[in-house]
Write a protein that binds this ligand. Structure first.
Ligand code: SF4
Length: 291
């Protein structure tokens, strides 16, 4: 498989075949993100994509999951996504899931019928980076959409039949806006009611605007205890029907898993213990955390 680095994928796609439909991120402006900063955005041609698939199909024909990268793959034309998904389904008979990253503007930019056609072609799961539900924070990190647009994008994807996995970033409001961040993000997640919720913990990446703010002292990242308190407040503010909640990303201090709301009380109890009796629940040390 031909891949143009850097390549990123969600933790739950660790065993998936990664196929690049696009390179980089069309938005490429979030102040905390260094993923594709030096990578020019481009949508690959059908010939390139087909060639990538054809070169790996023999060795990987038993694969059951495929993740379409890069950061903004849903920005590709609907027909190209459909052709890719249909071709993959034909070439990999054991395929159980095709998933991809989807920016909020990409979802909003497609008509409802286009989204349904993409879903019918075999794309099952979309990953949406919500990051925060606070308009003040979304604006400060240059996410490019409001919380209302984020809700509309998430709900539209679900209504079109996709499973939806959203990520939020603990710590993104700094020590100043942690309560606003937790409460407003909880409201947005409640409104979307996604299939999966993944919480990451902020790690600042060199050469990003947020890194400069940290260096200048104008943005202060909460410490591990502050992050746990924020996570606790976030979960208290989520009222979901059946969302799988995970903090399995390597950036987190404490791996948690459950279904919200079913396991809400248990998760909150664990968090409370980790905050009030830290000697009983060890946290992942900073030197092991990663992105
Ligand atoms: S966080 Fe996502 S949308 Fe923002 S710049 Fe990074 S890849 Fe692009």
């Amino acid at each position: 498989m031909h891949l143009e680095p850097p390549v990123f994928r969600p933790p739950s796609e660790a065993f998936s075949l990664i196929l690049q439909l696009s390179l980089g991120c069309r938005h490429n402006a979030c102040t905390f993100c260094g993923m594709y900063r030096d990578k020019k955005f481009r949508i690959k041609s059908w010939e390139e994509i087909k060639n990538d698939i054809d070169t790996c199909v023999e060795q990987l024909k038993d694969i059951n999951r495929i993740f379409l990268a890069d950061g903004d793959a849903l920005a590709a034309p609907t027909e190209l996504i459909q052709d890719t998904a249909s071709y993959l389904s034909g070439m990999f008979p054991g395929l159980d899931r095709i998933s991809m990253y989807a920016g909020p503007k990409d979802i909003l930019g497609k008509s409802f019928d286009e989204l349904k056609e993409i879903r019918s072609s075999g794309i099952k799961l979309l990953y949406l980076g919500v990051e925060s539900g606070s308009d003040q924070i979304l604006n400060a990190v240059c996410k490019g959409v409001t919380s209302q647009q984020m809700i509309e994008a998430g709900r539209k994807a679900l209504q079109a039949g996709f499973e939806l996995s959203v990520t939020v970033i603990n710590g993104l409001g700094g020590t100043e806006l942690w309560q606003e961040h937790a409460c407003e993000t909880g409201k947005v997640l409640t409104n979307i009611d996604p299939t999966y919720i993944g919480a990451l913990t902020l790690m600042v990446v060199p050469n990003t605007p947020l890194y400069k703010k940290v260096q200048q002292g104008t943005f202060v990242i909460p410490d591990s205890r502050g992050i746990l308190k924020e996570l606790q407040l976030l979960i208290e503010n989520i009222n979901a029907t059946n969302s799988v909640f995970r903090t399995n990303h390597a950036s987190n201090y404490l791996p948690l898993r459950g279904v919200l709301n079913r396991d809400k009380a248990t998760i909150l109890r664990i968090l409370d213990k980790a905050i009030t009796e830290p000697e009983k629940i060890p946290l992942r040390p900073d030197y092991i955390r990663g992105l």
